[in-house]
Design a protein around this ligand. Structure first.
Ligand code: HEM
Length: 416
């Protein structure tokens, strides 16, 4: 690692990484990639990794040097009462927090039921399209002709489609939404003790909802994914336990609620601040390209976590065993090696789209990738089709704490 300290260097400035979701960090990321591709942030006690190839190496982990076991441990010192509340769910394993062989068991069960490929998703296309159209029409029907795109469109739409698959009742959707945002805020941001306790309680409430749903479906099977996970048997004929099914539900619900709405609204934000929205209203077939451009320019997941299982050297820097590593996914998206022209401009008609790490790589590669692309593209296309004259009136940061892992969400106030 470069040890020279110089004034103004982001690697030496306390709070740099804690604030990386706020504001424009592209210059900072470029400096880190060039001068400090792997360095230790003393405040957070995190090893920060900024280059695409190094992040890719950590995620693929060919030498078993990294574990995701602590990905769901809070970043900040947790308030004792919040920790007590959260303790009942903190150690519940999920696919994203386990190594093989436990991971293999979760992953096999997850992907045996969850649609991961375009072919498996095909039966869902028209349902997703219809849901998106209804959501756009519901927005359009607001009598005052004003709305906010996260609260009045993206969040309810993405929650509803996932609920249809899993079998969540409409009256329980609020619990899913607040449990998911509560988990993200509790784990990856910096909050007061009271807010931590509130978030911890919302996660526990969501866990109770998941366990209740499994119990209900055992008694009364339905045509939904929860029932299919109950029917699932591994190669040896062993079913999942109720806790394993509930944790799978919890993982799928929380991941979906936080990232998919963010991807949708960020795409709309970029389209509406330029001429892209009007163009897309004429060419809805270009919605998939707009989603890819958002993943390239301004992805929902700006960081992710690993911990070293032994001493390891990464990009020439020695990391001790037990080092917590923050992978700057947003920085990887802007890596110079991608050779993208006009890299800071949103242009969904560009031809040069580099590979994205936003869905991870290796054995934990996101099983929700195809689903995410399908829902996001229908969400964007349905809105442009229903409200071609939609205009952004103002944008304000959402009243949520800055997060180390998720892009800062913005309130997008619109009229038509
Ligand atoms: C924009 C949307 C999304 C992004 C950016 C995203 C990103 C990621 C990333 C980076 C990973 C790898 C984590 C790791 O290596 O530890 C991952 C894993 C995972 N994602 Fe997604 N995801 C998204 C949407 C979804 C959705 C909609 C689902 C719902 C099924 C989902 C379910 C999962 C699960 C279950 C895992 C764990 C897989 C494993 O560990 O084997 N994700 N996701």
């Amino acid at each position: 690692m470069t040890t020279t300290t110089h004034s103004g260097c982001p690697a030496d400035t306390p709070g740099t990484i804690a604030r990386h979701a706020a504001g424009d960090f592209r210059t900072t990321y470029a400096h880190l990639r060039r001068e400090h591709p792997v360095y230790h942030d003393h405040d957070l006690d995190l090893w920060v990794v900024s280059r695409h190839r190094d992040i890719d190496e950590v995620l693929r982990d060919r030498h078993r040097a990294f574990t995701p076991a602590h990905s769901y441990d809070p970043i900040q010192p947790t308030d004792p009462e919040a920790a007590r509340i959260y303790s009942s769910v903190q150690d519940v394993p999920v696919a994203a927090s386990t190594d093989p062989p436990a991971h293999t068991r979760y992953r096999d069960a997850l992907t045996a039921v969850w649609p991961t490929s375009a072919i498996q998703l095909a039966p869902w296309h028209s349902h997703v399209e219809q849901r998106a159209l209804h959501a756009a029409q519901a927005l359009a029907a607001r009598p005052d002709r004003v709305g906010e795109l996260t609260a009045h469109y993206a969040r309810p739409l993405t929650a509803r489609i996932m609920s249809d698959l899993i079998g969540i009742a409409p009256e329980d959707e609020l619990c899913v939404i607040s449990g998911s945002s509560g988990m993200a805020d509790l784990l990856w941001s910096f909050q007061s003790a009271a807010d931590q306790q509130r978030c911890a309680q919302s996660v526990v409430d969501l866990w109770k909802l998941c366990t209740r749903l499994v119990a209900e479906r055992r008694g009364q099977p339905q045509d939904d994914l929860t029932t299919r996970w109950i029917s699932y048997r591994d190669d040896a004929g062993v079913p999942l336990t109720d806790a394993e099914i509930a944790s799978t539900l919890m993982e799928v619900l929380t991941t979906n609620a936080e990232t998919l709405a963010l991807l949708t609204t960020t795409t709309l934000q970029h389209l509406l601040t330029g001429s892209g929205y009007r163009h897309l209203a004429q060419h809805p077939d270009q919605a998939p390209a707009a989603i890819e451009e958002t993943l390239r320019l301004d992805p929902p997941l700006i960081g992710w976590l690993r911990t070293t299982t032994r001493p390891v050297t990464l990009a020439g820097t020695d990391l001790p065993q037990g080092a917590r590593v923050l992978l700057l996914m947003h920085s990887a998206a802007h890596d110079e090696t991608h050779g993208v022209h006009a890299t800071h401009t949103f242009d969904h008609r560009r031809g040069d789209t580099p590979p994205t790490l936003n869905f991870g790589a290796g054995i934990h590669y996101c099983p929700g990738t195809q689903y995410t692309r399908l829902v996001a593209r229908h969400a964007v296309a349905a809105l442009t089709r229903t409200l071609p004259g939609l205009t952004l009136t103002s944008q304000t940061p959402a009243p949520r704490p800055t997060n180390l892992i998720l892009r800062r969400s913005t309130r997008l106030h619109v009229t038509w």
